[in-house]
Design a protein around this ligand. Sequence first.
Ligand SMILES: Cc1cc2nc3c(=O)[nH]c(=O)nc-3n(C[C@H](O)[C@H](O)[C@H](O)COP(=O)(O)OP(=O)(O)OC[C@H]3O[C@@H](n4cnc5c(N)ncnc54)[C@H](O)[C@@H]3O)c2cc1C
Length: 375
Amino acid sequence: MPQIIIVGAGLAGLASALSLRRAGHKVQVFEASQLGFRDTEGTIAQIGPKVNDILKRWGVDAAVARPVLIKAVSEFDHDGAPGATEEAPKPPGWCYYQRSRLHEALLNSATAPTGSGHPVEIISGMKISAIDPEAGLVISQEGQAYHGDAIIGADGWHSISRKTLPLNDTTIPAPAKVTIHLNVDISGHEQNQIVQRFRLQPERYEKWCGANIELKLYSVEPGTILVDTVLPVGSTSGKSSYMFGYTNLAELDICEEYLKDELLKVFGSANSPLKELLDAAEYRDIQFWFYPNLPHVQEWAFRRLVLIGDAAHPFLPCEPPGTSQSITGADALAEALRSDVEMDHIPEHLAAWVIPRKERVKTIQGMERNDWPST
Ligand SMILES: Cc1cc2nc3c(=O)[nH]c(=O)nc-3n(C[C@H](O)[C@H](O)[C@H](O)COP(=O)(O)OP(=O)(O)OC[C@H]3O[C@@H](n4cnc5c(N)ncnc54)[C@H](O)[C@@H]3O)c2cc1C
């Protein structure tokens, strides 16, 4: 039975671990962090019916993952007037998840003592610093080597695994935008119209549209409403709109206070229920991510190493398919790598998995990014 090593226990790593465990493999996952779920980058994942079916088939505990089935999407102008057009309802079966909950549910299923296959072994606090794809070795920062018949590089946006593959050292300038999440405590705001709408119908989300900014409101956890948006920092800040690929936030002088003010400039009409919620957001409840330059990933596999998730196809925080593509990739990986696979043939099975995945992701990224290249 092949021994599989996975580098990274984000959503892609844990989805791969669970899927490969169910296919009968022995799986070890090396994770650099201590795996606190609040570290899961991004807050909401929207997932369609096909991917939800995969999660059900894998036995992921819905009580932990807590999907919110979307039955309605309401649209409003910046001042709270109902939008000119009501967004077409999503096809049945679309859900949104708090990403940390989905992460926790995948970890529970991957490591559960019962269920199909061997429980996955997670080694947290172990940063991998080098990979030898020929020999099937991963090397920890402390210099310890571990052997895997296959190595799955699921180490995200800043992947070390990706850098092992020679053609992956170029980048594409990312747009000058910042993703913002505000987790607003709604206690004391029971009369707020938005709060009341979510009370009456929790299985929904709202879209608020201002000039250049679209803002989405979700309710996953009782007691909070999550505000999720993307701000084009070049144009709204009055600074140059050609600030592509900044990695140094300090250079742009962006902070929670600045972002909240920018949102209030657009959505702060007097008497708007959204203004009340934005005002209530504490700075500590605001998270934001600036887009670094996007890695241009040409190679996904070499010998015993294959990349998955953001390591292979980095999705921006504002691009909903990121999580779904990690899960469908993990599902297909178990099909490509059955437990009776001959050890010598593992590299060609990994290479065969890459071809259709790469095409698919390219198409999806192309649909998301009409004005700049996919990875
Ligand atoms: C800031 C941000 C916000 C996002 N928000 C959303 C969102 O709201 N909704 C959505 O659908 N998608 C979102 N995405 C996209 C989404 O995160 C990904 O497409 C998808 O979930 C891929 O997850 P992953 O497991 O590949 O990567 P990650 O979630 O980044 O996980 C990688 C893991 O590898 C570990 N790791 C890294 N290096 C090493 C190493 N050397 N050794 C060991 N372990 C290592 C990390 O600690 C981490 O746990 C966001 C992306 C970013 C960057």
